[in-house]
Write a protein that binds this ligand. Structure first.
Ligand SMILES: Cc1cc2nc3c(=O)[nH]c(=O)nc-3n(C[C@H](O)[C@H](O)[C@H](O)COP(=O)(O)O)c2cc1C
Ligand SMILES: [Fe+2]
Ligand SMILES: [Fe+2]
Length: 390
């Protein structure tokens, strides 16, 4: 895509596709790269919605220049202050000395701190405030903690276009519109898991707020633009409510395959009973996939051994990841193994106990599992299958 595309009446896609980026937040992989979506609204007073990741400023400016003289731009709306969207603000405000930055009150503080924006150039907007672009008007919808405190949405009234920043986004450099994708769910769910899952209650508030808004186009800041907004809104309505499926996610660490032998046993039984599950040996797993599965799994099977009087460090990492994401899972099965002095299970409880999970059973084995141990794992699995149906 070399030309700046008009994606709606007087609305231009001025984003950057970062095909080669492979990691985000030092945590999740980006198999398809990502995009930093920025939008230009042509009007008597042109406005930009969000900018791009540092390093792409010049390409971005060139893209804007194809549609408008960038010196004519009057407003830069900062829906979110994270550098992937706000990182080019200093560059633009230095280039165009008249343009003003539009942000929420929290956004103002972050713009001062992160980007050294002159205070006099910031316009602070609250929920419901509008800004006139001359012949068009932007309205702002406060949508905090999606996923930083300053986040907001912008709504272009005459065209019913909602700019939602990270909300509704997903990491891909492919395509432009949702119609370019056969499957939206897997990418959007990976993204939701990592970024929005801990803030599902705030997501629910945002969904309620926009429920009655006429929306013809959703323009998020990563991934495709939605010409069919229902496609992503239907998924989000389910996820923000924490509706789970009859499905378990196994996350475990095992050095000598002792815990793994119990995981194998559970695997076999669930397979035989056609119960859905995803299985992650944490050592070989991409956290992005775990994030995705935590979005709608009803139960978590967690396992990690004792090492040096502690839970294995990868187990600590995995348990903390699960805790931080605050998944909607209701049930947990805990597995552990030790050699001479059990310590892992207490650490596991300390971390995972912070979640509202009902531990339906735990199995701690000394060294390898005996046939008797595995029979107990079988009955735990029976319990798990019953709970999954609830
Ligand atoms: C490097 C290392 C350190 C260990 N430290 C402890 C320990 O401090 N206390 C203990 O009870 N067992 C300790 N163990 C024994 C393991 O907990 C035991 O082998 C367990 O069965 C491993 O389960 P897994 O094969 O599922 O990883 C240690 C094992 C290793 C390899
Ligand atoms: Fe963000
Ligand atoms: Fe982002």
């Amino acid at each position: 895509m070399n030309k700046t595309v008009e994606i709606g009446r007087g609305l231009y896609y001025t984003g950057i596709k970062d095909y080669d980026r492979r990691m985000f937040d030092a945590l999740v992989s980006l198999p398809e790269g990502t995009s930093y979506n920025s939008y230009l609204i042509k009007a008597e007073k042109p406005a930009l919605i969000d900018t791009v990741n540092p390093g792409f400023e010049k390409n971005w400016l060139a893209r804007i220049s194809e549609a408008v003289d960038p010196q004519d731009i009057q407003y830069v709306v900062m829906n979110h202050s994270e550098p992937d969207h706000a990182g080019a603000i200093p560059y633009f405000l230095t280039f165009n000395k008249r343009a003003r930055l539009v942000a929420s009150e929290q956004g103002r503080r972050l713009a001062l701190r992160f980007y050294g924006v002159e205070e006099s150039r910031i316009i602070v907007v609250k929920d419901g405030d509008t800004i006139s672009l001359g012949n068009r008007r932007l309205r702002f919808v406060s949508a905090p903690m999606l996923h930083w405190p300053e986040t907001m949405f912008a709504y272009l009234e005459d065209a019913s276009i909602l700019f939602t920043c990270d909300f509704f986004g997903f990491h891909t450099a492919k395509g432009l519109f949702d119609s370019d994708f056969e499957d939206i769910e897997s990418g959007a769910k990976r993204y939701y898991g990592e970024i929005m899952l801990p803030f599902s209650s705030m997501g629910k508030k945002a969904m309620d707020k926009i429920k009655n808004l006429k929306i013809d186009l959703i323009c998020p800041s990563h991934g495709p633009v939605y010409r069919n907004p229902q496609r992503i809104m239907t998924l989000y309505n389910k996820w923000v409510e924490g509706r789970t499926e009859e499905k378990a996610v196994f996350i475990y660490v095992s050095m000598w395959k002792n815990i793994e032998s119990m995981v194998d046993r559970i695997t076999d039984k669930l397979l035989a009973n056609r119960v859905k599950f995803s299985r992650y040996n944490f050592l070989y797993s991409d956290p992005s996939n775990i994030c995705a599965d935590l979005v709608d799994s009803r139960a978590i099977v967690f396992g990690a051994p004792t090492v040096l009087s502690s839970m294995h460090p990868l187990g600590i990492y995995a348990a903390n990841l699960v805790k931080m994401l605050r998944p909607p899972a209701k049930y947990a099965v805990l597995l552990s193994s030790y050699g001479w002095a059990e310590s892992a299970s207490r650490h596991m409880q300390d971390i995972l106990g912070k979640l509202p999970l009902e531990v339906i059973g735990s199995k701690i084995i000394n060294g390898p599992a005996s046939e008797e141990d595995l029979k107990e794992v079988d009955s735990l699995t029976e319990k798990l299958m019953l709970k999954l149906k609830e």
